[in-house]
Design a protein around this ligand. Structure first.
Ligand SMILES: Cc1cc2nc3c(=O)[nH]c(=O)nc-3n(C[C@H](O)[C@H](O)[C@H](O)COP(=O)(O)O)c2cc1C
Length: 171
């Protein structure tokens, strides 16, 4: 594992694979981030690796219709990572005086989510209330690098944690 990466000596990693499907990348991001945050809470360090890794035959078994979407490196890092610029709430959402407080918390949590090359090509739209239930849309932006669908899954999980899953529904 390494190229644009910041890794070396990665001995442990999760192979993130699944049945080919249009929404595979988003689900890998969403559920993979559950594992990432759990690992971090246990005191481990992690890094998503979609670009800079090499597949080692014999370390995974795939069915014919399955594919590897990415890897998650796992272990004790030399550092806890570095801080970097993040976008503003206004850049990635329709936040206003009319949006609920939990919406801001969700967007703020999403802005702390890891994304491929820190591209943060996602946005959240507060739509309104339908039948007493608040509605939110999450969208991926365009990127030549790709990985926007996986990033979106990761960001949506963060949004749910920040906003409180019980407060709204995705549409
Ligand atoms: C889907 C995805 C793929 C990534 N692929 C790589 C990679 O191949 N190599 C790498 O060094 N970092 C990779 N990263 C890590 C990002 O470049 C970036 O360092 C990280 O998301 C920022 O995390 P931080 O906010 O915790 O610093 C990837 C992140 C995501 C979400």
């Amino acid at each position: 594992m390494a190229k644009y990466g910041k890794f070396r000596g990665v001995g442990n990693y999760l192979v993130m694979a699944g049945k080919m499907a249009d929404d595979l990348d988003e689900r890998i991001g969403y559920y993979g981030e559950h594992l990432v945050l759990l690992a971090q809470m246990l005191g481990l360090n992690t890094c998503w690796a979609g670009l800079s890794y090499s597949k080692v035959p014999g370390t995974y078994v795939l069915d014919k219709d399955e594919k590897i979407a990415c890897y998650i490196a796992l272990g004790y890092g030399e550092t806890q990572g570095v801080t970097h610029r993040i976008k503003t709430v206004e850049q990635v959402s329709n936040i206003s005086n009319n949006t609920p407080a939990w919406f801001l918390k969700g967007v703020e949590a999403a802005l702390l989510a890891p994304t491929a090359v820190n591209q943060q090509k996602f946005s959240f739209e507060y739509v309104g209330v339908d039948n007493g239930i608040h509605q939110v849309i999450a969208r991926k932006g365009f990127s030549l690098i790709g990985y926007t669908q996986m990033d979106l899954g990761i960001a949506k999980y963060h949004f749910e944690i920040g906003a409180g899953k019980e407060n709204f529904k995705w549409i």
